[in-house]
Structure formats: C-alpha cells, structure tokens
Ligand binder design. Sequence first.
Ligand code: MSP
Length: 641
Amino acid sequence: MKGKYYITTPIYYPSDRLHIGNTYTTVLADALARFKRLTGYDVFFLTGTDEHGQKIQRIAEKKGVTPKEYVDNIVASIKELWKTMNISYDKFIRTTDDYHIKAVQDIFKKLYEKGDIYKGYYEGWYCTPCESFFTETQLVDGKCPDCGREVEWTKEEAYFFKLSKYQDKLLKYIEEHPDFILPEKRKNEMINNFIKPGLEDLCVSRTSFTWGIPVSFDEKHVVYVWIDALSNYITALGYGSDDDSLYKKFWPADVHLVGKDIVRFHTIIWPIMLMALDIPLPKTVYGHGWLLVDGGKMSKSKGNVIDPVVLTEHFGVDAVRYYLLKEISFEHDGNYNSEMFIKRINSDLANDLGNLVSRTLTMIEKYFNGTIEKGIFEGEFDEDLKRTALEVPKNVENLMDSLRVSESLDEIWRLVRRANKYIDETMPWVLAKDDANKERLKGVLYNLTEAIRIISVLISSFMPDTSRKINEQFNFEGKVVTWDSVLDFGNLERVSVKRGELLFPRIDVEKKLEELEKLYGQKEEKKMLPIKSEITIEDFDKIDLRVVKVLEAERIKGADKLLKLKVDLGGEERQIVSGIAKYYEPEKLVGKKVILVANLKPVKLRGVESFGMILAASTEDKEKLVLATVDDDIETGSQVK
Ligand code: MSP
C-alpha cells in the first residue's frame, strides 16, 4: 500500500429525488476513490445523509408520519441511486445513527466545557405559524417569506459557538497551507469576503423544534445544523466511540469534496470546530463548480430538474458518469443540455472510444481468428503511439492527485485519439491484402490491443462498466489490468478476443431529443403549492384592496431588494416599500396600475416607512416575480374584491 486516502462527499439532505447536479459530487468522489484504490492506496470513501432539522420535521408532519419514518424511505432511495450510479462507498453515515448522536452530544459538551460554546439569545424576525426566524433581508415586504404573514421581533435562548475567538488562528492556517482550500479563487473568496471582515459567533442550538440531537446537558435545546452535520466526517470513523481504530487510521481526511455553495461551512466552521477540539485539520477542502441546465440553476419551479435515473435508463450509467466528470472542470461550472449531452456521447464515446474498440476487435477476428500476439514493431507511428501510451498514465496520476478529473479524461482521450489515428496511418486493411505483411499486421493489431488495454485500465475509475466490458471482450485479466502493468507498453503476451455488444451505439440525436422532451414534459409536471387553510368571506372582507397608480419609484440605499414607491390612491398619496427591486427597474414602474393592500398596519423596512403592500405573483423559488395589475383602465382607488 502506498498510504491511506480518506475522501468524503457532503452528507445529503433527504429530498424526494436527488438531481443530476447533486449526483455530481458523489460521482466525482467515486472516480477519485476508485483511482486511488487502483494506484495502490488504502481508501476510505464516506457518504451519507443529513437528516435533522425543522424542514424535515414539518414535511413529515404534513405527511402524517414520524420524521424517522419519512427519512428512512428517502435514504433507501438515495442508496438505490448510488447503486445505479455504481458508487463504491465504504460507509454510508446517517446523522440519525446512534453512534453519531452520542458523539455529537459529547462534542457539544466538550466545546461547552471549554468555554467555546456559551448560552445567549438568538434574535430575529420570528414567524409563529412557521416557527422560523428570518433576517431582515430575508423578509418579503416585511412579511414572512414562506407564508406571507406578520413576523415579530423575537428573542430565543440559544447556544453560540465562538467562531470569533479562532479567527486569526484560522486565517494563519489557511495562509500557511495553500492546499487547504481549493481552487485558489474560493480560498480568496473565503478570506476576503468572510474571514477578514470578521466572524460572528454562530448559533448552534434551537428550542423551537425537536427533530434534532438533544443537547445532553440542556434537553430543551437541539443541536442546530452544522455542528451535527460536519461532525459526521469524524463520527463515521468512530471518533468518540469505543472503537476508534478507523479514526486513528484515516483521520485527517485527505479531501472533503463539497459544492461551491457549502465551502464556507467547511472552511470556517469545520476547521474552527476541529481546532477547538484539538483535532488536526483535513488536508484539502475542494469546492467544485455546479452543473447548470441550459446555463441556469436547476429548480423544480422552472421544471428543468434533470433526473439521473432517467438519463441512465436511456444512455447507460457510464455515459452519465462520463458527461458529468468531463463537463465540470477543476474550477468552473458545467452545463447540461440534452443535445450537447447526446452529441458528446456520439463523438467521444461512440466515435472515439467505441470505434477504436470495435474496429480493433473486428480486425483481430477477421485477420487472426481472434487471437493476437506480439508482431513487428516499427517506425515513427509505432513509437509515437507507444510514447503517448507511456506518458498518459503518469500524467493522469498527477492530474488526479491535484483533483483535475475532467482534465484527466482529456488526457486519456489523447491516447484514444492517438490510437484511432494509428489505424488510419497504418491502414491494416491494406496490409491484409498481402500475406507478406502478415507479421507487420500482427504488430499493428498488437499495438492497438496494448493501447486499448491501457485505456481500459485508465477509464476503470471513471467508467467501471465500460472498462469491464472491454476487459471481457479482450480477455484482459489478472496482472495485465493492474496499475503497474499500464506503466509499461508491451506487457501483454497473447490474448484471444471475442467481440460482444457495441460499447456505445450511435444515437439518433433528433429522435432521442424528441423522446426526452416528451418524457420530461410528462415528468416535470409542477407540484402545486398546498392551499392555505380555509377562511370565510368575512375574513376576506377585512382586507381592503385598491387599484393604485405608481407615481414615483426609487431604490433604497443599502437595501438592494427594496424599492420605495409613491402611489396615487385616488384622493390620497402613499409611500410603499416593496421587495421587488430584483425584478423591476424603478423607471419602468411609473404609470403602472397595481393592487394595494390598503389597510395593512404600517411597518418600517430598513428604516423606511411602508403604508401598505402591493400584490405580486412569484414562482416558488422566487426566480420570477410579476406585479398583479388590472386588465383594463379603471379609476385609481377602485376596490378589488
Ligand atoms: N446537507 C448539506 C451538506 C452537509 S455536509 C456536512 C447539503 N446537502 S445538499 O443535499 O443540499 O447538497 C449536496 C451536494 O450537492 C452539495 O455538495 C451541493 O453543492 C451539491 N449540489 C447541489 N446542486 C448542485 C448542482 N446543480 N451541481 C453540482 N452540485 C450541486 O448541502
């Protein structure tokens, strides 16, 4: 063994179905874990689920099941997805596992006893029906962003973690360990946007819900989110339990893989927790880019959520793994688009790899009855193929060590393309015409077989099924599929091949696109937001809705979401503050007739008074918002009923 390698994915929130973007982190981890195993490391690959919190508690309540019953079901489907995607994890941790709960309680207590966790008050805008706190900027028109009801400024007893105490120590550590946060641009973002401006202490407990790990010495509190979730990376190894042999062997982690959205938690809260516990820090936190769909974020309300299972059913697991791993490079986002996806399969997998394999197999069967051994090695083309075959594995190893997975595939494809070019250069079908060339023809096909053997071993971490299929058709096994064996060209003695199914049949782009469109059309039916509880006509009558005309509109300094409007109510002018700055340019609003809730109690938003609220429709994810207007011209002040 060359050493140990501990790699983790984030633990996933249990949600109905993970999408292709979520799947990326785990596929990436799998490729890295497999590669490290291949190259002789003792690997521990961890994934799992992050199961606590108010949101889960609420969904379960709505469904009439216990939170545990609810998450059990989802966890089963996540495990099923990982099976489909061929994920070779060594352990799946659930934050509801007993050993995790106990270890988190101990960690919390330790931090408290050390004085790094203290009791204080959590303050914020509180929505009683939703039992949730919001910050000023999260409110919409001064109301709860979830249910639109009134919020109250509330104080709740809570425990806090002293991030501020460790700020300088963390900054020093990051600066002295250039590989701690990768890529570089995310490190700079953390330092400049979060650490240098100053860290605030973090609220780490809640009393407003119960679906969480109870604080052992103060049971009305549950541990809130990040302390529970982040600890998984050590509790999964048995930290704080009777058997901590895995912890002793594998900690510190070699790499935590996380999406760019959660780099902050992993590079600020997590290292500070570890410092406070006197535990060494992980070597690297790598924040990868996101997979976008047609250039935008994937979201249910846009109806553009891509289901990995559907894709695997249509194109096979390895096509999906290949696309994901190739598309998101070291420091950039990637893009999914069905046409691009299919075209990439056709070009890289069907044309380049698939053709190389099937042409070689066909020729070995046709010219040598399926058995090939060493023949004449000669000239520039042979040397060049061999040189490439010897360079690529070493380069791939270096690239994988620096987490450049997409670039590793580029490098492997350099060999695939070189081998295809070798066929065109040596023209075996011409050699076959003359018996005098038999030995040379054998040499050419042997060299191709060697190149394919090396390619097959190289792709095994990225596309395990395809590698297995190639090995089966070529009868590569044992010593010749090890890593050491690909560091040399000419290791193979003799093989008998048997052509099987095409690895990647060419796809008819138009036809498949149509099929997918129909499928997504049916699948992506939007789920309607549940209707709120019933009210009477008298309840409704309490709301005084009026048509008003916007007279003036301007931005509010320091509040990038808000606009200050002056509206005409037909006999009265009013000032309204509205959270629509993201959606409307102020000048475009002037002259518009909109609908005002005229008898709403005035509130102050960012110090500016608002006398009412104008109505708007928005998508669930708030990506789109349009104002409610009247269908035809009507006097201002008219009532809306
Ligand atoms: N539970 C937290 C992590 C806690 S780790 C101690 C969480 N879970 S998550 O389910 O929301 O996200 C899981 C992973 O999916 C994250 O790495 C996240 O960045 C990633 N992705 C979510 N959408 C994605 C894309 N569209 N593209 C790539 N990765 C994406 O966060």
